[in-house]
Design a protein around this ligand. Structure first.
Ligand code: SF4
Ligand code: SF4
Length: 144
């Protein structure tokens, strides 16, 4: 069993096609949709986690690509600078995968890199510079 996070961009022409229900049925893949936004004026965007047997997940993602959907597999993770974090929770509401969560009793924010799908929605939400993409972080440090 494997799990892959992916960002899907649907062209307008595919917005009314049941491609997700089709891959669930045909490839026996579990799809956990973390966030989806579709407007009549724009293409659709979805963040989802695909879970199933390795070959089936890969075939399902290939099917989506062949259908005309752009599939992005995040290859970078986020860097959370805990020392800069003031636990304001602004990132928690932006995070579609619950990588950022807040402990209800202590109000402490924590980051779970394993859940991060690298959508980067939390970066502009953080006014304290506590989150950056790996590539930005390397640039800041002068490593690239
Ligand atoms: S990049 Fe930020 S908002 Fe996106 S999944 Fe990772 S922690 Fe959550
Ligand atoms: S938005 Fe920034 S400062 Fe606020 S909790 Fe998230 S990481 Fe910490």
């Amino acid at each position: 069993m494997i799990q892959k996070s992916a960002i899907l961009n649907f062209p307008k022409s595919l917005l009314d096609r049941p491609v997700i229900s089709r891959i669930i049925k045909e490839f026996d893949v579990e799809v956990n949709i973390l966030q989806a936004s579709i407007t009549p004026e724009e293409d659709g965007r979805m963040f989802a986690i695909f879970r199933g047997q390795g070959q089936q997940v890969n075939s399902a993602l290939s099917y989506l690509k062949e259908s005309g959907i752009k599939v992005f597999l995040p290859v970078k993770n986020l860097v959370w600078d805990e020392d800069r974090c003031v636990h304001c929770t602004a990132c928690v509401g932006q995070c579609p995968s619950s990588a950022f969560t807040v402990e209800q009793e202590t109000y402490q924010v924590t980051y779970d890199a394993a859940r991060c799908i690298a959508c980067e929605l939390c970066i502009p939400a953080c006014s304290y510079g506590a989150v950056a993409s790996v590539s930005d972080n390397l640039r800041i440090r002068g490593d690239v």
